[in-house]
Design a protein around this ligand. Structure first.
Ligand code: HEC
Ligand code: HEC
Ligand code: HEC
Ligand code: HEC
Ligand code: HEC
Ligand code: HEC
Ligand code: HEC
Ligand code: HEC
Ligand code: HEC
Ligand code: HEC
Ligand code: HEC
Ligand code: HEC
Length: 266
């Protein structure tokens, strides 16, 4: 019966080995898997699922939360474990703006400037180059609440006249340099009229050809530029005459209201 005994032994060894393998198996299944997290935590898996962005597609819970209490006291990662090397990753208080489970739903609280400049350097440079009261504000004084929002000037300021709208502000002002007044060759004269009513009324009621010319054709590019008549006309009369009467206005009156001589008077 040696054979039986031996075969019993073989069977016992087989059973023991099987049990050992099974118990190894069950020891393995006792370790925490990503699929387990949702059994106890509702909120974070739901947030990641809806808005996890790269934190959903590129990594999983355990890439950030290695192990768990009570085995480890602290399983909360630092953002800089994975994000390093850009100016933006050196700012303080990542969690003040980012929820790690919905990293792109950025919340903008407090008065922010340095952190915006970590990605947008040109607005701050523009502001420093031409200081104004706007420069003294936090970026999110205007770009409030949600990242990327652009406010309208008229949310805070009244237009210069009743006919002027938000669409017009940009023809003379830049948001980050509001005191640098420039305008293009297509800026309508009626926009200047909101502050220069007299000039506008004189010019538009004049019979002379200047009345067909836009304000910005003569007062070009930059506010308060005043042209010389000779910029456009040179010295049109005989040299002796210009020497004797150096001011064009002595005969022609002002540019907005040129004397309109009848043909026979000429
Ligand atoms: C069996 C239930 C259970 C499972 C499964 C579970 N947790 Fe927890 N988790 C808890 C409890 C309970 C706490 C609170 C522990 C405490 O306050 O000491 C907790 C706390 C945490 C914390 C907070 C730790 C801190 O310092 O505040 C994190 C992070 C966490 N779990 C992540 C995970 C992740 C990731 C998974 C999946 C890999 C997971 N948990 C699976 C029950 C669970
Ligand atoms: C990109 C890294 C990252 C990923 C991925 C991540 N977490 Fe977190 N988690 C954090 C950080 C950081 C905190 C600490 C948040 C805080 O203090 O406001 C945290 C906090 C927690 C907490 C504690 C409760 C709380 O909100 O403070 C739980 C529970 C948790 N995470 C579970 C999960 C689960 C479950 C997953 C996967 C579905 C997951 N986390 C994925 C980084 C991550
Ligand atoms: C375990 C590594 C890891 C940790 C810790 C981590 N991240 Fe990430 N995060 C990634 C990876 C990988 C990406 C995708 C590639 C990239 O943008 O660098 C990413 C992308 C992001 C994105 C862009 C998301 C997108 O889809 O464009 C933001 C925002 C972000 N992380 C913020 C944070 C913040 C804030 C923390 C700390 C609370 C943090 N991350 C912690 C790995 C991590
Ligand atoms: C004051 C708010 C604020 C703080 C603080 C902040 N961020 Fe951001 N972060 C943003 C904004 C706004 C974006 C742009 C989001 C977008 O493109 O929609 C961003 C984008 C990112 C991105 C994705 C774009 C990229 O550069 O890859 C990562 C990663 C990121 N932040 C990581 C961090 C880390 C790490 C910290 C802390 C060291 C941090 N952030 C602190 C506001 C903040
Ligand atoms: C991590 C880098 C990052 C940070 C930090 C960041 N931004 Fe952005 N921002 C971007 C990117 C990328 C875009 C989209 C691309 C673009 O239009 O330039 C954007 C777009 C914008 C836009 C819209 C631009 C347009 O033309 O429509 C505004 C306004 C803006 N950001 C303001 C801010 C302000 C204010 C802050 C600080 C509270 C900030 N950003 C922080 C990267 C960032
Ligand atoms: C007084 C309000 C105000 C302040 C303060 C302000 N902005 Fe703006 N910003 C605007 C307006 C209005 C626009 C739209 C300009 C346009 O359409 O010509 C704009 C445009 C932008 C844009 C998109 C176009 C561009 O110029 O690149 C970015 C990015 C931006 N701002 C970032 C910033 C940052 C960063 C700060 C802080 C350093 C800041 N802004 C401060 C009002 C403001
Ligand atoms: C969120 C509100 C806000 C927005 C949007 C805004 N401003 Fe202002 N702006 C102000 C405040 C506040 C002042 C300072 C007023 C004061 O002290 O009298 C100011 C001042 C100014 C000044 C005078 C600057 C100085 O230094 O004296 C000009 C010009 C101006 N804004 C034009 C604009 C234009 C043009 C826009 C749109 C491109 C705009 N603002 C958008 C709030 C705003
Ligand atoms: C045709 C050019 C022009 C347009 C268009 C224009 N502005 Fe002005 N704005 C000026 C000039 C010039 C000044 C400076 C006046 C001065 O020196 O007193 C000024 C001054 C300002 C000031 C500061 C002084 C004050 O009145 O409080 C604000 C604010 C302002 N503009 C807002 C706006 C807004 C908002 C719009 C769009 C609705 C706008 N501007 C459209 C030319 C313009
Ligand atoms: C918001 C009001 C405002 C608007 C709009 C405005 N101006 Fe003026 N402008 C002024 C003020 C204020 C002065 C200074 C008056 C003074 O010095 O007596 C001025 C002065 C001038 C001067 C005279 C400079 C000098 O040496 O006497 C010219 C030229 C001028 N503006 C042209 C224009 C033109 C062209 C436009 C339209 C593109 C325009 N302005 C729009 C307010 C404005
Ligand atoms: C930006 C250019 C420009 C400036 C500056 C300018 N003019 Fe003219 N002027 C014109 C144009 C264009 C005409 C029309 C020519 C035509 O249609 O034949 C004109 C026409 C005239 C005429 C003929 C008027 C008529 O109705 O027949 C006189 C006179 C004149 N300008 C005098 C002046 C005087 C004086 C000044 C200075 C106070 C001046 N101009 C400044 C461009 C200018
Ligand atoms: C043909 C060129 C021309 C046109 C068009 C023109 N101007 Fe003038 N403007 C001048 C000249 C030249 C002066 C200097 C005074 C003079 O010699 O007549 C002047 C002076 C001014 C002044 C300062 C002195 C004053 O009269 O208050 C203002 C303000 C002004 N212009 C605004 C305007 C506005 C607003 C418009 C459009 C409605 C306009 N100008 C159209 C050429 C022009
Ligand atoms: C002594 C008076 C006087 C002075 C000074 C004077 N003009 Fe004249 N100008 C006239 C008379 C008169 C006419 C009309 C004669 C004609 O149609 O030939 C005239 C005509 C013009 C015309 C219109 C020509 C045409 O073909 O319609 C222009 C342009 C002109 N002047 C520009 C100027 C400029 C620019 C100056 C200064 C540099 C100036 N004038 C100085 C008397 C003068």
């Amino acid at each position: 019966m040696q054979v039986f005994k031996n075969s019993n032994l073989v069977i016992s060894i087989f059973i023991a080995a099987t049990i050992a393998i099974f118990s190894m198996g069950s020891a393995h299944s006792a370790s925490l898997e990503v699929s387990d997290c949702a059994k106890c935590h509702d909120q974070q898996p739901a947030e990641i699922d809806a808005n996890g962005a790269s934190h959903k597609t590129e990594i999983d819970c355990q890439a950030c939360h290695a192990s768990h209490r009570p085995k480890v006291e602290n399983n909360i990662p630092s953002c800089n474990d994975c994000h390093e090397g850009a100016d933006h990753y050196a700012v303080d208080n990542c969690l003040g703006c980012h929820n790690p489970h919905q990293p792109l739903n950025v919340k903008l609280a407090g008065e922010l400037k340095a952190v915006c400049v970590s990605c947008h350097s040109s607005p701050a440079k523009e502001m420093e180059a031409a200081p104004s009261k706007h420069e003294t504000f936090a970026c999110n004084f205007c770009h409030a609440d949600t990242h990327g929002v652009i406010p309208e000037c008229v949310e805070c300021h009244s237009p210069h006249s009743e006919t002027m709208t938000q669409q017009n502000c940009g023809s003379c002002h830049q948001a980050h340099q509001p005191l640098t007044l420039t305008y293009s060759a297509t800026t309508a004269s009626v926009l200047c009229a909101s502050c220069h009513e007299t000039a506008y009324n004189k010019l538009t009621s004049s019979q002379a050809k200047h009345s067909q010319i836009a304000c910005v054709t003569c007062h070009a590019d930059k506010h308060k530029t005043v042209p010389q008549c000779s910029d456009c006309h040179g010295q049109p009369h005989a040299p002796g005459m210009h020497n004797k009467f150096p001011n064009c206005g002595d005969c022609h009156n002002i540019a907005h209201d040129l004397n309109n001589w009848p043909a026979e008077a000429k």
